[in-house]
Design a protein around this ligand. Structure first.
Ligand SMILES: C[S@@+](CC[C@H](N)C(=O)[O-])C[C@H]1O[C@@H](n2cnc3c(N)ncnc32)[C@H](O)[C@@H]1O
Length: 294
């Protein structure tokens, strides 16, 4: 059993995280007193199976196969230095079992695999880093990777990371999630609106204000009708809004890497959020390189 998903964008996503992690670890070599943790909130099995054709700019042939996911890739890093600990969260028991077995083969010690909901574990991480829980404290620095399939990351979890030593790569389901819930005419069922509110961490009114246009028409007798229409560039606006939201928690946010499917539709945007300027500069260079591969 492996995780079945993706195409070449999945592969590229892992390359981005790997490239960034190596640059991060290189810099962190100068600060041996910090304990370094890799926190993977949606870790999977350690491997993923790519369905469909791979983008020829990534592979010479139309490879379809089994690849190392972020968890295995990051746990394997030895140079410039390994992470002191890797903390993996995977909700499904079977996948967590596979991941544990897989990681045991490549790394001894400092590995935690927990079968829980990522939102809870982000809150626990925040409590750990502020010294309120476990043996953590401000001497930890964390590289986090939050890689959900859908809209299951709650804004309240992200908010808990404010002011902490966390660099977070987060995959936001802008195209396959938010954009699909934002109906053309603005009539959004309550359950969808609740999802959108929890995803962006803002009220429904603010979502409307950012992503819809209001037109008021007055007829001959002075009666007015108000209609809502979805912004024509809704996807760009969703991505902008998400980036703005991240900037309320972190000091800096990178340009996003746009993950598109084989028909060139945008599915996700991947951002790095950090309180460190250099971190975001490095991320922007990496993102630019991979965006050019589209
Ligand atoms: C996109 S996949 C992760 C891929 C992985 N990052 C990689 O590089 O191979 C998402 C994973 O998150 C798990 N998952 C789904 N909901 C979750 C939750 N609320 N908390 C933690 N894990 C969850 C799924 O079982 C799935 O394995």
């Amino acid at each position: 059993m492996s995780n079945h998903f993706g195409g070449s964008w999945t592969f590229q996503k892992v390359r981005i995280i790997e490239e960034y992690a190596k640059a991060y670890l290189q810099i962190m070599k100068e600060y041996p007193y910090w304990k370094l943790m890799y926190f993977d909130g949606f870790a999977g099995t350690g491997e993923f199976q790519v369905k469909g054709k791979m983008n020829p700019s990534v592979f010479d042939d139309n490879t379809i196969g089994l690849f190392e996911g972020a968890a295995r890739t990051i746990a394997s890093i030895k140079e410039p230095k390994p992470f002191d600990m890797c903390y993996f969260v995977e909700l499904e028991t079977q996948k967590a079992l596979l991941l544990r077995a897989s990681i045991e083969k490549i790394r001894e010690g400092g590995v935690y695999v927990v079968e829980e909901d990522c939102n809870q574990k982000i809150l626990d991480l925040a409590a750990f880093l502020t010294g309120k829980r476990g043996e953590g404290g401000r001497n930890y620095k964390v590289l986090a990777f939050i890689d959900p399939f859908g809209m299951n990351v709650q804004w309240s979890s992200i908010e808990a990371l404010r002011g902490l030593g966390v660099d977070m790569w987060i995959l936001a389901p802008t195209g396959i999630g938010a954009n699909r819930l934002l109906t053309r005419n603005g009539q959004i069922p309550d359950s969808w609106a609740n999802k959108l509110e929890s995803f962006f961490g803002v009220s429904k009114d603010l979502i409307y204000k950012n992503l819809y246009r209001e037109t008021v028409e007055t007829d001959l007798f002075g009666n007015t009708t108000t209609t809502l229409s979805k912004n024509k560039k809704a996807l760009d606006e969703i991505s902008r809004l998400y980036s703005e939201r991240l900037l309320t928690v972190f000091k800096h946010v990178s340009n996003p890497y746009e993950m598109r499917n084989s028909t060139n539709s945008t599915m996700y945007h991947l951002y790095l959020a950090s309180n460190n300027t250099t971190a975001v500069k490095i991320a922007n260079d990496i993102v630019l390189k991979y965006n050019l591969k589209h």
